[in-house]
Design a protein around this ligand. Sequence first.
Ligand code: NDP
Length: 366
Amino acid sequence: FKDYIKGALKESDMYVKTDTTRKLELPEGAEGVLVKNLYLSCDPYMRLLMTKRDTGGVFSSYTPGSPLTGYGVAKVLESGNANFKKGDLVWGPKIPWEEYSIINNTESLFKIEYTDMPLSYYTGILAMPGMTAYAGFFEVCSPKKGEYIFVSAAAGAVGQLVGQFAKWMGCYVVGSAGSEEKYMTHLLITSLGCALEQVKLLKNKLGFDEAFNYKEEQDLDAALKRESTLTLTWRLIVSDRCFPEGIDIYFENVGGKMLDAVLLNMRTHGRIAVCGMVSQYNLDEPEGVRNLMHIVSRRVRIQGFAVFDYYHLYSKYLEFVLPLIREGKITYVEDIVEGLENGPAALVGLLSGRNIGKQVVVVARD
Ligand code: NDP
């Protein structure tokens, strides 16, 4: 990336460079690995690393003029480390956005064991976003069967899994997303004059009980409280029921106005797991939140968390999620773009909601 930025990320803040001076071999005696990068993960936190600011000591900013780094999947071509051999497939958090890399810090690489799974899943459901959803929902939210759960950015890498885990637990789940394709009900009037309900990603494919497009709502508080049933014909009943009785658990991905509206709708002793606040990442000054007093009156527990505190649960998570994937009980939606040169557009799109599902960039497929 070029230099530290202000405001919204633009494609022109990044550039693609061809470097013919580098040799595709490990230097003599090197203890790292030479890898071919296969899949790169686009993640919202990457925007935070493009600004020189205090992120609470969790991240360190990128260096201008250097390749972006992030989560990804790679294949080992040469190894100077006894733990890795040529041909191993690995995933990790420090994969440079380049075709080939020498990675000296091999402690940040995890070997991929389950090669029957799509390799791209190791940027998503089988890697950091999957662990985030698992730890954030089960460990931080302490969910109980029958509780009312709200997930923002619900069609994204993390949100789609939180919603499905909550359904697996027997909870009532509502998600919000920001585009037509991602959310829910459209009434199609056919040529015969019949009304059909066309249900989209969140409700149909991912099994959410209800969903709404927050960009179409004038009043987010009212949207969260909504309960309406519209009978169009004797057969077709369109119900639109969010949380007339309040929210037990909010899985917070976006912050800003949505958090303010949610605070007005939390039930007594509700929990909010603060996973991220993507609506704030492109802003130079964060927005204020007005309804904080509801935390006191409703005795709400709000807890931020960082996924890397939970990686010790990774094998337990795999034991949980692999059978669900194999049995088709969990779906994982990916938004895959081909070519490293299309990475900047994919990253910009992620921060404006163009992605539908986990945003992945394919550098090479093997
Ligand atoms: P997503 O795949 O959900 O992509 C980001 C989504 O955020 C977009 O698709 C868009 O969806 C939504 N969005 C973008 N801009 C805005 C905006 N201004 N207001 C509201 N929504 C917006 O990303 P992830 O699933 O990877 O990440 C979700 C959240 O989880 C982020 O906040 C991220 O920082 C956080 N996170 C935290 C981790 C932790 O350890 N705590 C680890 C991983 C992620 P839409 O259509 O809904 O607008």
